[in-house]
Design a protein around this ligand. Structure first.
Ligand SMILES: [Zn+2]
Length: 591
């Protein structure tokens, strides 16, 4: 076991020796990181090593990847792997493959090397550090064969950093206990899934189904029994509400939380992270017998994703007084009204208006969420501070030209609706790229009843625009509408355009954003600011109190709303510690 004190005091040669085996056959990484001593913590050391590799450029990076053995390859068979690799491949069960599995992996190794020219690298101890199942390793291998070569090189490097992280944890005898706790809660909660999906091993939890109510029970149980919350209840819309009193039970509260419903076949971490991270903080406070000078209210919101009923932010909307009573008559796919679902769950509809919170009783709202995008993954940083939740506007439209024979209609006589829509889509892409953090998408394009031998007479499309401010969003929308009008006039076609959704941008409250920044700085990590491209419960709370969010890096290019959604225990541990830092700051600020 080595210590930071030892490492910080080491000569360059000793330093390299102490970190030997962290990066496979690549002592140059430790050699270069040595200059950055002293390291305040293990997290800083890890980041410094990552930075050396980032700065090294493509050739040394390729050499680093090539310094690794093939997975279950010749080196494993001939027992010439490093001790570290033997340990990892053993933990993942690769040292006892069946002949079929072994043959399959050899084929994948050959295909992968032929396509990319370097070996496949996967941190086989996985996001929890305990070893991935063989089937998952093989599936990941096969999936990554389709990646772009540049992306795949970066993905190999990210896996190498994860391998190094786990090796360093072993060297330092470090275990990310808070991260493990939160990670394991996610795993346990994900065993509840709606019928039809559960059988296929897919995660789907929609509003007030049996699985949804089981999740609410599970959350309240953990809040009460494992964490020591003072009050735990399930409110009239199914939100799980836990309160940890301050020294004065009547003191103002910090409000936090996120949603526990999921999209269909979704991921385990979307929403739930923002419930479990503050739960872990309360658990630690309770274990220490500590009270804060303010109350702490953690809400597991019952509904955010709008899957069973067309009512998004139902859970957080009830807290802001925006629960729309006409929603109660909406029917789900089986004809069950929301009113029936709420009654069936034993919840009291008459109590819904009472859920509205008085902002005077709260300090503010914070939310932790997975990023759901590729940015943190790409910059190799575990945490990001949200500057604003993007405002958005959506349209559906249709261009109407004239259907005509593909053989007999000369090119200069056509009124092709699809090429007009294509021109629009290219303009949308170009306009979106013209402003940082503005994003525009034509996600649906359809030629109704199109034929191979007919010039398209109609083309339907959708348009989604998101920006950090309403002004940027609206200027973009106006330009796109003008461009659509102009190109349709020029092409002799006409169009319909209908606005279907509009949501205001929710910029973070500066003082709360700053608290997150200091919380991350205190961990010795760089402050990385970014907008949120997706909507979150914080957007709803923004309407009545100051709010700010913290993002956690997702693996697999940050994929979300997908079973591949993933986070590591080490990143999660940092996230809990950042939240603890925020609570400490608030505690010192209170009179
Ligand atoms: Zn979410």
């Amino acid at each position: 076991m080595i210590t930071l004190i030892q490492l910080n005091a080491a000569s360059q040669a000793e330093f390299v020796q102490l970190l030997d085996g962290t990066y496979e056959h690549s002592p140059w990484i430790a050699e270069q990181a040595w200059a950055q001593r002293p390291f305040l913590g293990l997290d800083q050391l890890k980041l410094a090593l990552v930075q050396v590799v980032r700065d090294a450029g493509r050739e040394p990076q390729l050499a680093l990847v090539r310094a690794h053995p093939e997975l279950a390859g010749k080196a494993m068979v001939s027992k010439t792997l490093t001790a570290e690799s033997t340990n990892e491949q053993g933990k993942a069960g690769l040292t006892d493959c069946t002949p079929e599995e072994f043959a399959q992996i050899q084929q994948l190794n050959a295909d992968y090397n032929a396509r990319f020219g370097f070996p496949f690298i996967l941190a086989v101890r996985g996001p929890r550090g305990l070893g991935l199942p063989k089937a998952e390793i093989i599936a990941t291998f096969a999936r990554r064969l389709d990646n772009h070569p540049d992306f795949e090189l970066a993905e190999c490097l990210r896996n190498i950093h994860r391998i190094a992280e786990i090796r360093l944890n072993d060297k330092f005898g470090h275990s990310p206990d808070l991260g493990n706790l939160v990670w394991d809660w996610h795993e346990r909660l994900s065993t509840h899934s709606d019928p039809g999906y559960a059988e296929r091993g897919e995660l789907t939890v929609t509003y007030l189904t049996d699985a949804h109510r089981a999740c609410a029970q599970r959350l309240s149980h953990w809040m009460r029994e494992d964490c020591g919350f003072d009050e735990v209840s399930i409110d009239a819309v199914g939100n799980v509400v836990g309160v940890y009193h301050g020294t004065d039970p009547k003191a103002k509260r910090l409000l936090t939380g996120s949603h526990f419903d999921t999209v269909r076949n979704g991921g385990k971490y979307d929403g739930r992270l923002g419930i479990f991270v503050p739960m872990a903080c309360v658990r630690e406070l309770h274990r220490q017998g500590r009270r804060l000078p303010f109350g702490f209210e953690v809400v597991g919101f019952a509904e955010e994703e709008g899957q069973r009923y067309k009512a998004v932010f139902l859970g957080s909307g009830a807290l802001t007084g925006h629960f729309d009573m006409t929603w109660l008559d909406q029917k789900d796919a089986n004809g069950i009204t929301m009113r029936e679902a709420i009654n069936h769950a034993g919840l009291c509809i008459d109590d819904i208006p009472k859920l509205q919170r008085d902002p005077a009783n709260y300090l503010g709202f914070v939310e932790v969420h997975i990023e759901q995008g590729p940015v943190l993954n790409e910059v190799d940083l575990p945490l990001g501070i949200v500057t604003s939740i993007n405002g958005s506007v959506r349209y559906v439209g249709e261009i109407i030209g004239m259907a005509s024979h593909a053989g007999t209609t000369p090119m200069d006589r056509r009124r092709d609706a699809a090429t007009a829509a294509a021109e629009l889509a290219l303009y949308v892409e170009q306009r979106g790229a013209s402003v940082p953090h503005l994003v525009c998408t034509v996600g649906m394009l359809e030629v109704p009843n199109g034929s191979i031998n007919v010039v398209p007479g109609r083309c339907k499309f959708s348009l989604d625009i998101r920006a950090t401010t309403n002004e940027v969003r609206d200027a973009c929308a106006a330009d796109i509408r003008n461009a659509l009008k102009a190109l349709c006039e020029r092409r002799g076609v006409h169009y319909k355009l209908e606005e279907t959704m509009r949501a205001a941008a929710a910029p973070s409250a500066p003082e709360w954003q700053h608290r997150w920044e200091r919380a991350v700085e205190t961990l010795g990590l760089p402050v990385f600011r970014m907008p949120s491209g997706a909507g979150h419960d914080a957007m709803k709370l923004h309407e009545i109190m100051p709010q700010a969010m913290l993002f956690l890096r997702g693996l697999n290019a940050g994929i979300s709303h997908n079973p591949l959604e993933s986070i590591t225990n080490d990143d999660t541990d940092l996230c809990v510690r950042a939240f603890q830092n925020l609570l400490e700051q608030l505690a010192t600020e209170q009179p």
